[in-house]
Design a protein around this ligand. Sequence first.
Ligand code: NDP
Ligand code: GDP
Length: 323
Amino acid sequence: MAKRALITGVSGQDGAYLASFLLDKGYEVYGLQTRRGSDTLWRLRYLSVLNRIQLVDGDLTDLSSLCRALDTAQPDEVYNLAAQSFVATSWAQPLLTAQVTGVGALNVLEAVRLSGCGARCYQASSSEMFGKVRETPQTESTPFHPRSPYGVAKAFAHWSTVNYRESFGLHATSGILFNHESPLRGLEFVTRKITDAVARISRGLQQELRLGNLDAQRDWGFAGDYVEAMWLMLQQEQPDDYVIATGHNTSVREFCRVAFAAVKLDYEAYVKVDPQYYRPAEVDTLQGDAGKAQRMLGWRPRVSLQQMVEMMVEADLKRVAAE
Ligand code: NDP
Ligand code: GDP
């Protein structure tokens, strides 16, 4: 019989890639849909998976809707990818971020526990929990020092996951993923903001690109590679925590250089620093050590930063041309 998976946040970047990955593995895929905005399902259409999955209404802040979704999906595996996921917004909406990204994850764990369905659970934890980093590179045992309401909420969700594993024996795993990007990344995140601007500037539709801290460094990987790691984690007999990262870090400035170079432009002629994009507290640098995932899961990233930037610029050039 086909395995069944329930994905929360199915309309997001990772949800779309994971749905596609699981369908290829022969899964029956259910996705939690919030029915909030206008066209939130564009990523599922982009990957041609919309007609191959079942959408179930629900919201992370509504425990009863999660119980009903579990009842409908009867899943073997639950992937909790839903969140208010944008760090900058978490200062403007700290309580909403705590409710959705923090307590929402606890609601998922509680719904699985109450249902007694025995589904294996994946929690989308984040390198933002390391925040003001205590050591480099960061591993599963590096202490947390979150620097935003988002990071604090993710730390709550992470420890709730560990706690439900230790208290109730839930097969609950926390994947501590470093930044991962793709042509499906939201436009508010810096990588997609850059590649979209590169496409528009190269077509003469935009004159400049205004950014904040160009010296921030991130360990950027490709989302398509990272969803495979999520699945591998849930195939293990024992639940655990795993860091998923490339092991390399790159500055925002260098990302700009590579992205503009893809269309033979010099970023220095177009990028302007604008203080409005600075954050109240910054995470200066992140660099992960995915050695444990490599040893235990046999996982390693496939797509290089250069390949990913070219993929994103190419997709944005096509989009801009189609507009
Ligand atoms: P996105 O922002 O692209 O997707 C977020 C998803 O959450 C959307 O489907 C959104 O639905 C859904 N959502 C938001 N609020 C609610 C709610 N109240 N109830 C139910 N669903 C809700 O995120 P990504 O795909 O990039 O990331 C997936 C997960 O991984 C997130 O939890 C993120 O915080 C985490 N993460 C991401 C990293 C990255 O670099 N991408 C790094 C580390 C962790 P709708 O479209 O309807 O708003
Ligand atoms: P995050 O790591 O989850 O916060 O991912 P983002 O893509 O939002 O930000 C990555 C880094 O880029 C952070 O250190 C930001 O301060 C920095 N950055 C610089 N300029 C911008 C900008 O204009 N938008 C965003 N989103 N980030 C920016």
